[in-house]
Design a protein around this ligand. Structure first.
Ligand code: NG6
Ligand code: CA
Length: 509
């Protein structure tokens, strides 16, 4: 009897060690949240106590980057550890796109499965699912499960794209077989109302010349067409509650086994449709209110971990897939009600941009009791989450990946971040190296339809980000030797890939 007791005590100790060695891992990725959209980053114009809790209680990176200035490529890099500009298909995907990541690819969730983790993807996906000619009324395969997620409940693309349904483990949730769901990105289904033909049905209107005027769901016209599937259609205002509840349920369901949760917030991407209890919360209209709602959602998850005694055994990484944008497709007062708020803080540009605000985003790494609160100026990128997590859980990585191990930097034990990162914005690439960023010469518009500055500079750009955070002093012609050195390094790093998917060719000189 005594022996049994002793054994079980030893077994308990072993389990405790194992649990400590395998912390839960949560990656929360906001959608279009800017560097300045978090009150912990100096803004007195918005109040985000839960983002701040992670920022101030963990390592807050002042130079933390998304891989890209748009969603699909950033998420692709997060899950594959590969630079997205190496894959010409890693660009903003329509809602009916096939799965972008190959089933054979090594992925972050698959690696964690090998390490004994139960894995889940909840929220925004935007990596395609199924085949190109999929039937939405059958099992949609391959999808999140085939690249390593044990559980998934997702929106296929963005909240402004059809189909406006949730897909749980490859099946559209709540579908009535008598009313099949049809989706098209080429033509409307005869007789179906669109934002163009039936503007009187809209409660939120598309912005001029920005599309978003196809099929209507919930008084909001979207990009893309759909028909049927009425019982499965989401209600935008309930989306935050829906996904937050699912995340909490998933966490509760793991009963002490290590888990990995990817939580893709849909805010503050358009259409911005916060639940009624957040309407008016920010004084900035729907964009600010959606941020307050996202902050609530993060608070719910952190509080839930705490209530379940899991906070000290959970590594939480919080970031955004790309920088901010105001008018991204709907007339929602984002510009009109902005007031003094600066979504990008003191950074230049925004979503879609090669200027800093395209990719430099909120980036916080929180682990209660394990990571000391700190502000770090180290250069870090979401690309290295995979390599660092591999190191944390002791899993090997195949050769040839772009991700690297910066676990010490992410956990605040070192301030020696990356030497260099290639940044990407809609196929255009730039080099961040040391204190400097080198932006090759790109033709193309100064701003896109959102009015965000794109970083297309006819002679290229060279900025010292330490001295000139806001990129007001272009040194490209003033420091030719440095420009040449950076251009050389840039060419070496992008060898063989550079021009393959640029809207305008990368200029060689
Ligand atoms: C753009 C959409 C924009 C948004 C973006 C994807 C137009 C004019 N604009 O093409 O509204 O949906 O794609 O955003 O169609 S992302 O954050 O998911 O990358
Ligand atoms: Ca985004």
């Amino acid at each position: 009897m005594q022996k049994t007791l002793l054994l079980s005590a030893a077994a308990c100790a072993a389990l405790a060690v194992q649990a400590a060695a395998k912390p839960n891992i949560i990656v929360i990725l906001a959608d279009d949240l800017g560097y300045g959209d978090v009150s912990a980053q100096g803004s007195a114009t918005i109040h985000t106590p839960n983002f701040d809790r992670l920022a101030n209680g963990g390592v807050r990176f002042t130079q933390g980057y998304a891989t890209s200035a748009t969603s699909t490529p950033s998420r692709y890099a997060l899950f594959t550890g590969m630079y997205p500009w190496k894959n010409k298909d890693a660009a903003i995907l329509p809602g009916d796109a096939p799965l972008l990541i190959k089933e054979s690819e090594f992925t972050l969730p698959r690696m964690l499965q090998k390490a004994g983790y139960t894995t889940a993807a909840i929220g925004k996906w935007h990596l395609g699912m199924g085949t190109a000619d999929k039937n939405w009324n059958e099992e949609i395969k391959p999808g999140a499960r085939e690249i390593g997620f044990d559980y998934s409940n997702l929106i296929a693309a963005t909240n402004d794209r059809t189909p406006t349904v949730y897909v749980e483990n490859g099946r559209v949730v709540g579908l009535d077989p008598a009313d099949p769901l049809l989706v098209s990105y080429t033509a409307n289904f005869p007789g179906e109302p669109t934002g163009m033909s039936h503007p009187q049905l809209l409660k939120m209107h598309p912005a001029k010349n920005q599309g978003h005027n196809h099929s209507i769901r919930n008084g909001i016209s979207r990009i893309g067409y759909q028909k049927g599937g009425k019982s499965a259609m989401w209600t935008d205002e309930d989306m935050a509650d829906y996904f937050t509840e699912l995340a909490k349920e998933f966490i509760s369901g793991q009963a002490g086994k290590p888990f990995f949760l990817y939580f893709g917030l849909h805010q503050p991407h358009v259409p911005r449709t916060p639940h009624a209890r957040f309407v008016g919360a920010s004084g900035m209209g729907p964009r600010g209110d959606a941020i307050v709602e996202a902050d609530w959602s993060v608070g719910e998850i952190i509080n839930h971990l705490e209530a379940n005694g899991l906070l000290e055994n959970t590594l939480v990484i919080f970031s955004s897939d790309n920088g901010p944008v105001l008018n991204d497709g709907y007339e929602d007062d984002a510009v009109e009600k902005l007031g003094d708020h600066k979504p990008a803080g003191d950074l230049r540009g925004g979503k879609y941009s090669l200027y800093e605000a395209g990719t430099r985003v909120p980036f916080f790494v929180y682990w209660k009791g394990k990571i000391k609160p700190a502000v770090s100026d180290a250069l870090v990128t979401q690309l290295d989450i995979m390599g660092s997590v591999a190191s944390l859980v002791g899993q090997p990585l195949p050769v040839g990946l772009d991700t690297r191990d910066y676990l010490k930097v992410f956990t605040g034990k070192s301030k020696k971040g990356r030497e260099a990162i290639i940044l990407e914005a809609q196929g255009r690439v730039a080099l961040r190296s040391g204190d400097w960023v080198y932006i090759p010469a790109y033709k193309g518009a100064e701003r896109n339809i959102t009015q965000n500055e794109l970083g297309n500079l006819p002679k290229g750009g060279l900025f010292n980000l330490r001295k000139d955070r806001s990129q007001l002093d272009n040194r490209i012609e003033k420091e030719p030797a440095r420009a040449a050195r950076m251009q050389q390094l840039f060419k070496e790093m992008i060898k063989g890939y550079a021009a393959q998917r640029s809207e305008v060719p990368v200029s060689a000189d």
